[in-house]
Ligand binder design. Structure first.
Ligand SMILES: NC(=O)c1ccc[n+]([C@@H]2O[C@H](COP(=O)([O-])OP(=O)(O)OC[C@H]3O[C@@H](n4cnc5c(N)ncnc54)[C@H](OP(=O)(O)O)[C@@H]3O)[C@@H](O)[C@H]2O)c1
Length: 387
């Protein structure tokens, strides 16, 4: 079954250009082209020349989040350091248990999820030292590379530095440990997971008196060593981000924060747009699903009638509408799922657009309500929330 029926060569090229894929052609592009038109040597030569010309052109300001592209392909967004990041990724944190501990890794479901994700078109995978999923993420990536399904340079792999490794001298060894677990030579993005430094791995450990500006120097060193392409931070507020930018030579390429319908982060997103910092949105579903919503969580749930109507209008699910809305806010969502159908559906959000009226409805659910509040750290001088 052709994946791109009834399209002319010009439409094909235009689509690739619009989605940013022309700059780093998707490994499937020749196959896609073959299924679109009969590829004569003349057509192949034209596309090759076109690709080369586009590669040499100065890159325009990326407006990928506004574009509608092919289903299953997340357009690339340019970072402030010249690298690119796919505009949707797969999360791999297993979450908390009912008693509030981290869900233990019991089986190889994360490895399977990453394999399914790569087969479904995901090129961006999010993990962290604290999730204990780096081994499985790495195993899946290496398997897919060995199978020839994807090349390392087409993947965007993120990991994060945990709070117990905030001393400048601890950053490179911690990153090397993550790389060893992943079985990779480099990361695409390494984030300071929290602005808070702690003395040991335990969540209830005491605070270490280390300023994140010092930690950032370790991150810059890791980047200079070529162990990571881009560096960024997570869970920083506007004041902390501003201070980091003012006091450091390298600007963070990305900020990863919670963004969902109940926490739309207008101020932080605006700040990041002004400073050309990409915003990666974690816990993108927030309290949308009944089984994940706390008793006090504000609406909506996935059976909300207004959301169902919007979803029906676009022949999409409520979960897909939720993700599309975040993309249109300029956010790169990283939905987590270990369920094949959901993994596949969560990336099918680049072939439709919401209208202003629909966006207004979605905006109305913003309550500044946090799913991940980490109140156990509220006494830290670096606690990022409500400041
Ligand atoms: N930087 C940070 O501090 C931080 C904090 C939290 C999370 N993160 C990152 O962000 C990622 C995503 O956040 P999250 O895991 O907290 O939450 P999330 O992605 O908003 O939600 C995950 C939950 O939603 C379910 N789900 C996924 N797609 C669905 C669909 N289409 N329909 C119905 N249910 C669906 C999943 O179930 P199944 O898996 O059973 O399918 C899982 O229970 C994490 O995995 C992690 O990589 C970063």
């Amino acid at each position: 079954m052709p994946r791109l029926p009834n399209r002319t060569l010009e439409e094909f090229v235009k689509d690739y250009e619009r989605t940013g894929q022309i700059l780093r052609p998707n490994p499937d592009w020749e196959e896609d082209l073959r299924q679109t038109v009969v590829v004569t040597p003349e057509i192949a030569a034209r596309v090759r020349t076109y690709t080369q010309v586009q590669k040499k052109k100065p890159r325009p300001e990326c407006r990928c989040q506004e574009a509608v592209s092919r289903p299953g392909v997340a357009p690339l967004i340019e970072l402030n350091d010249g690298k690119t990041i796919p505009s949707l990724g797969l999360g791999t944190w297993l979450g908390f248990t009912k008693t509030g501990d981290r869900e233990p890794v019991k089986d190889n479901s994360v490895q399977k999820a990453v394999e399914i994700a790569i087969d479904s078109g995901y090129r961006h995978i999010d993990t962290a030292a604290i999730y204990s999923t780096e081994q499985q993420v790495g195993a899946a990536i290496r398997k897919k590379i060995a199978e020839g399904a994807v090349a390392r340079e087409d993947l965007f792999v993120t990991s994060k530095l945990w709070n117990n490794n905030h001393a400048k001298s601890a950053v490179v060894p911690a990153l090397k440990m993550s790389l060893a677990k992943l079985g990779l030579k480099y990361l695409d993005l390494y984030l300071i997971h929290w602005p808070i430094a702690q003395t040991s791995l335990q969540e209830h450990a005491t605070y270490a008196d280390i300023d994140y500006v010092e930690t950032w120097e370790g991150m810059m060193e890791a980047q200079a060593l070529g162990l990571v392409k881009s560096i960024g931070v997570s869970n920083f507020n506007v004041t902390q981000l501003d201070r980091l930018i003012t006091m450091s030579k390298v600007k963070p390429a990305a900020l990863q924060i919670e963004v969902n319908l109940n926490l739309q982060q207008e101020e932080l997103i605006k700040f990041c747009k002004t400073h050309n910092i990409a915003v990666i949105g974690y816990t993108p579903f927030g309290s949308l699903f009944h089984n994940r919503a706390a008793k006090d969580a504000p609406p909506p749930r996935s059976d909300d009638q207004t959301l169902l109507k919007i979803a029906d209008r676009h022949h999409k699910t409520v979960a897909q509408v939720n993700l599309r809305y975040l993309i249109e806010l300029g956010v790169i969502p990283i939905p987590k799922s270990v369920t094949k159908k959901r993994i596949e559906a969560n990336i099918e959000v680049f072939d439709f657009q919401l209208n202003q009226q629909e966006r207004d409805v979605l905006k109305s659910f913003d309550r500044n309500y946090r799913t991940i509040a980490v109140t156990m750290w509220k006494d830290s001088p670096y606690y990022p929330f409500n400041k």
